[in-house]
Design a protein around this ligand. Structure first.
Ligand code: SAM
Length: 284
């Protein structure tokens, strides 16, 4: 047996060979930018095993054949949804929201009626991040209705976009919020199904499926972009290109918030460090 065909773990329900893994890793990388090195084989196995059961397949080889076949395009979406890591929570990395509240939003407090304010949560997962931005806006800008203020929230995982749009969260997700925020921004859903985000807050956020590797249809520049804990899964060139594209769609002096384990070392020409994992687009 060639090395490529050797099973990564023969004791399991579904055989996964290095060849199958290599095919899946290439497909995921080409379509999402996410790098799956071989030490992620266990993760890939556990995330896809349920899908194989759903499809009544008996091996990863059969799953790869499905991805290569006429149903491949459709299955690719399911593969991507299974592979993405969607971990998030309300006000994760709280210093970003404090910065937004203290440095970015106050200048809009006295802005003329109809002033445009645009924020983008790129890689929004199940919506906790854009709703945290919206809560911060609602708390900092008492006259928010006077502004043309909107948040765009995008993710390539269609399951996450659907969950975020539903705006329904279990009580456990609200644990990190203080009581004032819980009472102000959430209402119990019928049948004790969880808590629904306040409709006014929901109305500020537009959710869309968007792969960051594809063309971006948005027009107009953003005041701030949150792209946190997304680029860690990408290779260097993909990340570098993305940062340049973020710069192109930020206003001069606009803000970029990135995740706690990320850094912009090679982009100091376009982004000036402005705090812990906070960068400001250099003015020309
Ligand atoms: C770990 S979550 C981060 C959520 C949130 N930004 C936070 O920090 O709490 C990463 C998200 O990035 C999304 N993602 C990964 N690759 C992407 C791509 N190429 N385009 C758009 N979103 C992507 C995943 O689907 C996932 O929901």
């Amino acid at each position: 047996m060639s090395l490529a065909a050797a099973p990564l773990d023969s004791q399991r329900e579904f055989p996964l060979t290095a060849e199958d893994f290599g095919f899946l890793a290439r497909l995921v990388h080409e379509n999402t930018g996410i790098v799956l090195s071989e030490h992620k084989a266990n993760m890939v196995y556990s995330r896809l095993a349920r899908r194989l059961r759903e499809l009544h397949l008996t091996s990863f080889q059969a799953y790869c054949a499905r991805l290569r076949g006429p149903q491949g395009e459709e299955e690719l979406g399911a593969l991507i949804n299974a592979i993405t890591t969607n971990l998030t929570r309300f006000f994760r990395e709280g210093h970003h929201f404090e910065h937004l509240a203290r440095q970015v939003l106050p200048r809009f407090a006295e802005a003329p009626r109809g002033t445009r304010l645009r924020l983008w949560s790129a890689g929004c997962s199940s919506g906790e991040e854009p709703y945290s931005i919206a809560m911060t806006m609602g708390e900092c800008l008492p006259q928010l209705e006077r502004l043309d203020a909107r948040i765009l929230a995008t993710d390539l995982d269609t399951g996450m976009v659907a969950r975020a749009s539903a705006a329904l969260y279990p009580a456990s997700s609200l644990q990190d919020l203080d009581q004032a925020r819980r009472e102000r921004w959430f209402k119990p859903a019928a049948n004790q199904a969880g808590f629904l985000v306040d409709p006014a807050l929901r109305a500020r956020v537009t959710f869309k499926k968007l792969n960051l590797l594809d063309a971006w249809p948005m027009q107009g520049l953003f005041d701030a972009i949150f792209c946190r804990n997304v680029m860690i899964y990408f290779d260097g060139p993909t990340k570098d290109e993305l940062i340049e594209r973020f710069a192109d769609c930020l206003k001069p002096g606009g803000w970029l918030y990135i995740g706690h384990s990320e850094t912009l070392l090679d982009q100091r020409r376009i982004f000036v460090p402005a705090g812990r994992t906070i960068y400001r687009k250099a003015s020309p």
